[in-house]
Write a protein that binds this ligand. Structure first.
Ligand code: 1PR
Length: 523
């Protein structure tokens, strides 16, 4: 029996699923005594340091946790579960951590995008049971803006490079904690988790451990999901956002089956977009929550979910906040949520007042779940202009002139699945969303969506230059060369495609083969 400390934030479902997939049962901590009587304790943490410590204090978990750790009993901390072991964090300077290891938690200071999101390697510093069966050159999934900084080297188990070398796992006796997420790191992650759960076996120093690691560019499979006219929940796909063919919603398969297929084929991440979320409130009838629950049972890479994340009042007059909607998604197995239409409305308000209210969906969800959990999905469309002074938007000079020979354009944000254009451009939207606490941009492009013509490099470069958070390039992939092109010609951290994967025109493996040797990937 494995005891799991769930303090109420983030995606514990995936950790439970991963442990159960390894044949173990999970008991959730309800009182401090559950901690003290645990045989093996797993502490996954996602979210923000301050919020986590406040909850641990409120629930009186701090003293039993310290007693457990000081008795050198088997412990696995994940992500914030590592950071919690330290004395303090720059993320919440007034709040003290557990102080089991001396040192602090620092925000990344690098020119690279922060959060550090994606698959990176580990430089192993000492042997551990954790590494049985691993070669040492595997990549694991990271998602964090802060990293631990121990006062001494004694407990360092692995380091990882991102701008500079940081500590990515510690081991002090039976207490182990990783910054990366084994439960989200595919088969290698499960192996590492299994090694902890077994708790026996030899101390292993992997043979291929490196002295430098590199973050891989991510390949993301995207599933646009909606109910078709017969009432079935299907994966669909649009041409420039029009998902109907001869009047019917295109049906490309069942969401849970396709997600499973992409995991097996090597997708680094999977995104579900509930494309009618703007009109069908996701908590009213909850098929997407069920899709997430089922998917997270056997898909062990990160899952993002979007659609309908906003404040909402139902027909009985009950009001739900965007934070409540997001919380349901996280608890059902999502690692990140994505906000589309509501982000545009939030930014419009901000542009009017110039005031951060701290109450927008972006700010509230980032405060509780951390910036890295908030993705902004932008649905822009090109608007051509003859002269850059014609509009007060971020205008670019384009290589692809408009229908009347215009050589400038701006990218108009839309809401409601591209149905309504608004007076905000994509570059401004991305910049303000970053300021409000978003951790990543999913950059679609209505003009390219479903066309197979390749990604809109001008749009991607325009947005990427304006923000320091990671950008997912999306829309238009037609062949594996398009992925190479987007990674060579832009600084996008990941690339997403839908149609070519659903129609089996280009398998994910073929994309990775194309990139191998030229772009860092997770094999
Ligand atoms: O506005 O917060 O409720 O979120 C709705 C979400 O649904 C948004 O993220 C929005 O992008 C998405 N969405 C709404 N309508 C559509 C549609 O297609 N009619 N899909 C839609 C957006 C775009 C991509 C697509 C890529 C790659 N889909 O995600 O998967 O363009 O396609 P390709 O490789 O086939 O070219 P809210």
């Amino acid at each position: 029996m494995i005891t799991l400390l769930d303090y109420g934030a983030g995606n514990v479902r995936s950790v439970i699923n991963a442990i159960e997939s390894l044949g173990e049962q999970v008991h959730l901590v309800e009182t401090g005594n559950d901690i003290l009587s645990a045989e093996k304790l797993v502490f996954p943490g996602v979210g923000a340091f301050g919020n986590m410590m406040k909850i641990l204090n409120r629930k009186n978990f701090v003293a039993p946790l310290l007693a457990y750790l000081n008795a050198d009993r088997p412990f696995l901390g994940i992500c914030l579960g590592l950071q919690a072991l330290f004395e303090r964090s720059e993320e919440a300077p007034d709040i003290t951590g557990l102080g089991f290891i001396s040192g602090n938690v620092k925000r990344f200071t690098t020119d690279l995008s922060v959060p550090h999101i994606g698959w990176n390697g580990v430089n192993v510093q000492k042997p551990s049971r954790l590494f049985a069966g691993l070669e040492g050159n595997e990549k694991f999934y990271f998602v964090h803006s802060y990293h631990v900084n121990p006062d001494t080297d004694e407990a360092i188990l692995t380091t990882t490079d991102y701008g500079y070398e940081f500590v990515s796992a510690i081991q002090k006796g039976n207490v182990i904690a990783t910054q990366f997420h084994p439960e989200k790191s595919g088969k290698q992650g499960l192996r590492l988790l299994e090694n902890f759960l077994r708790g026996d076996g030899k101390m292993v120093m992997p043979v291929k451990t490196s002295s430098h690691t590199h973050l891989a560019k991510r390949i993301i499979a995207c599933l646009d999901v909606r109910t078709n006219d017969s009432g079935d929940l299907v994966v669909t796909k649009g041409d420039q956002y029009d998902v109907r063919e001869k009047g019917d919603v295109r049906n490309l398969g069942r969401p849970v089956d396709l997600a499973r297929r992409y995991y097996e084929e090597g997708a680094d991440e999977i995104a579900f977009l509930n494309i009618t979320g703007f009109r069908d409130f996701p908590l009213e009838d909850m098929p997407m929550l069920e899709v997430l629950r089922q998917t997270s049972e056997n898909v062990f890479v990160p899952l993002t979910i979007g659609g309908g994340i906003r404040d909402y009042t139902d027909k009985d007059g009950r009001t739900y906040t965007a934070l409540e909607v997001a919380a349901k998604y996280f608890r059902s197995g999502a690692d990140k949520i994505s906000i589309g239409s509501d982000a545009v409305l939030v930014v419009e308000e901000y542009l009017k007042t110039g005031i951060k209210t701290d109450q927008s969906a972006i700010e509230e969800i980032a405060r509780v779940y951390g910036n890295q959990a908030v993705v902004i999905s932008i649905d822009p469309r090109r608007i051509y202009v003859k002269n850059p002074d014609e509009v007060r938007h971020q205008v670019i000079k384009t290589q692809y002139p408009g229908p009347n020979g215009e050589s400038y354009c701006w990218y108009q944000c839309t809401i409601r699945g591209g149905r309504e254009g608004r007076d905000v451009d994509a570059v401004t939207l991305a910049r303000i969303c970053e300021k409000l606490g978003a951790g990543e941009i999913l950059l679609n492009c209505i003009d390219r969506d479903g066309t197979n013509q390749g990604f809109d490099l001008e749009l991607i470069n325009g947005v990427k230059e304006a923000v320091s958070i990671p950008v997912i390039a999306s829309s238009g992939a037609g062949c594996s060369e398009h992925f190479l092109e987007v990674f060579k010609k832009t600084k996008a951290e990941s690339a997403l495609a839908a149609g070519i994967f659903h129609r089996k025109e280009v398998p994910i493996g073929q994309v990775k083969t194309e990139l191998k040797g030229q772009v860092e990937i997770r094999p």
